[in-house]
Design a protein around this ligand. Sequence first.
Ligand SMILES: Nc1nc2c(ncn2[C@@H]2O[C@H](COP(=O)(O)OP(=O)(O)OP(=O)(O)O)[C@@H](O)[C@H]2O)c(=O)[nH]1
Ligand SMILES: [Zn+2]
Length: 349
Amino acid sequence: MAEHPAAWPARIVEQHRSGYQIAVDASGDTHSVESLPEWQRPPNTRKGGVDPEQRPAVGDWVLVEGALESGKVAALLPRRTAIKRGAAGEHYRQQLIAANVDTVFVVCGLDADFNPRRIERYLLLVRGGAEPVVVLTKADMAMAEGADALPGAVAALAELAAQGVAVRTVNAREAGSVAALKPWLGPGRTVVLVGSSGAGKSTLTNTLLGIERMKTGEVRGSDSRGRHTTTHRALIPLPTGACMIDTPGMRELKPTGEEDVAENFGDVEALAAQCRFRDCAHDREPGCAVRAAIEAGTLDAQRFANYRKLGDEVAGAAGRLAQRRAETADDKTQSKAPGKRLADKYGKR
Ligand SMILES: Nc1nc2c(ncn2[C@@H]2O[C@H](COP(=O)(O)OP(=O)(O)OP(=O)(O)O)[C@@H](O)[C@H]2O)c(=O)[nH]1
Ligand SMILES: [Zn+2]
């Protein structure tokens, strides 16, 4: 801030190809700002392109210069947390989903889409320093299905709960039910919603927004203006004083290589530590505590299989990340050569 004495702080609430929308208060008003030119160039441009993860994302705080109507971003402020994923495509790239998030709501419907393995995947990949909460929507549908559909689904996540991850079941269409999420929606808190398409993220956001409209008597009946549908990532102020970031359903969720598998599978890692051999592959070795737990029914075989699969994926991505970092370091060394510097400045062709 000392470098930009005339600038003022603002939060990124929407990201567009050419610039950003910012908010300076909780009114819901947003303003366009001009982005820094280097944030618009492709990252591999010779003249100082900036990697996507070093450009602002929804939830980031920036310093803005100029009047509110015609502001220009001067700098990106340091992040507290960053929710990222590996971007699709053959080259290693990271994609920032949201920044400065306190809580990640991993949203999953209790319908045919319910899948504990996918929830484990989301928890591992999008934690990014924030607290995860599993939000199971469509509890009303599960209850209509039969007496044990709901407890059965919750029991399938018992190992997550034992790891300290909060699990809540809600009817996303009902304000009273959604109130179960209040502990994470206090003033100044930022929550990001992740989950596959159709999980109920928009429904949840609308219900949380509706609480205020009902409280202030501004119910508009059949008028659905203000209804929120997910088209791009946007930060929305909630009546509770929290900020909600919705994300479009993510079909592909690749690791960045920075994920902590042990943090998410503490139960499996604790068992593995009890195997007779330190390098136990948990296949046919004698004294394998992991296989014993699976046979005794205290460890879910599918959870273990998912641990292995995700572990392999993270290790693969970590290798690609290390390689990219080495290449970047190489580029930096080379660019110190005077010839290269001149070429950078005046262009080669
Ligand atoms: N009965 C019931 N229906 C729900 C619940 N949550 C969501 N739905 C319905 O499920 C459908 C999909 O919900 P959305 O909120 O659009 O899902 P989304 O996660 O925002 O999906 P994308 O925007 O594609 O990412 C809608 O028809 C909702 O009405 C719930 O708790 N109970
Ligand atoms: Zn073992």
